[in-house]
Design a protein around this ligand. Structure first.
Ligand SMILES: [Zn+2]
Length: 182
């Protein structure tokens, strides 16, 4: 996976843009902060995908999530809430509950792909089937996909839909596969 720093900046900016639309403050500095929940996929007993070098999806996603939180310090109207800040297992329902408690405007789940073919590259973003906010989620996914593809210079594998737990999020929600650990 290339450019975690650039991925973090891209996602932070999309968070601001989207949150502004959702909460309708036009992104004005000094107003109510836009809460963006960043969910680092997996954790604890659930490692996610593994690369040949032994690198684990759960660790990379935590690093990217932390980087987003650091980047966001530069944007006073953006408040990043991480579902986990360390290597711990969280149920999917707990992740969604955290977003609800934080009154998040946007929910972004971070994952990485794995493929038997080690040359597989690229970024893809998922919208949940039957998403609570279907239109908002699709627009969020399209914006994230474009931004992360530009930030990484990686292959555009497109916006896809799947049956995902993020359907339960009441705010626009998307899941980004930011690259391949393989
Ligand atoms: Zn994953």
């Amino acid at each position: 996976m290339r450019g975690p720093h650039r991925v973090a900046v891209a996602i932070s900016l999309i968070g601001i843009a989207f949150g502004s639309v959702v909460i309708g403050d036009g992104g004005t500095i000094g107003r109510t902060p836009i809460v963006v929940v960043i969910d680092a996929g997996h954790g604890g007993k659930e490692p996610g995908a593994a690369g040949q070098s032994g690198v684990l999806e759960k660790d990379i996603m935590l690093a990217v999530a932390r980087r987003i939180a650091l980047e966001a310090v530069r944007y006073p109207n953006l408040c990043i809430v991480l579902t986990r800040m360390d290597d711990r297992f969280l149920k999917l329902t707990e992740r969604i509950a955290r977003a609800r408690e934080a009154r998040a405007a946007v929910y972004v789940s971070l994952h990485a792909n794995a493929a038997a073919d080690g040359t597989a590259r690229g970024v893809e973003t998922y919208v949940a089937d039957k998403a609570h906010d279907e239109e908002g989620s699709r627009r969020l996914a399209e914006a994230l996909q474009e931004a992360v593809v530009i930030a990484t210079g990686s292959r555009d594998r497109g916006v896809r839909s799947a049956s995902l737990y993020i359907a339960r999020a009441s705010m626009p929600a998307a899941l980004v596969e930011v690259g391949f650990v393989t």
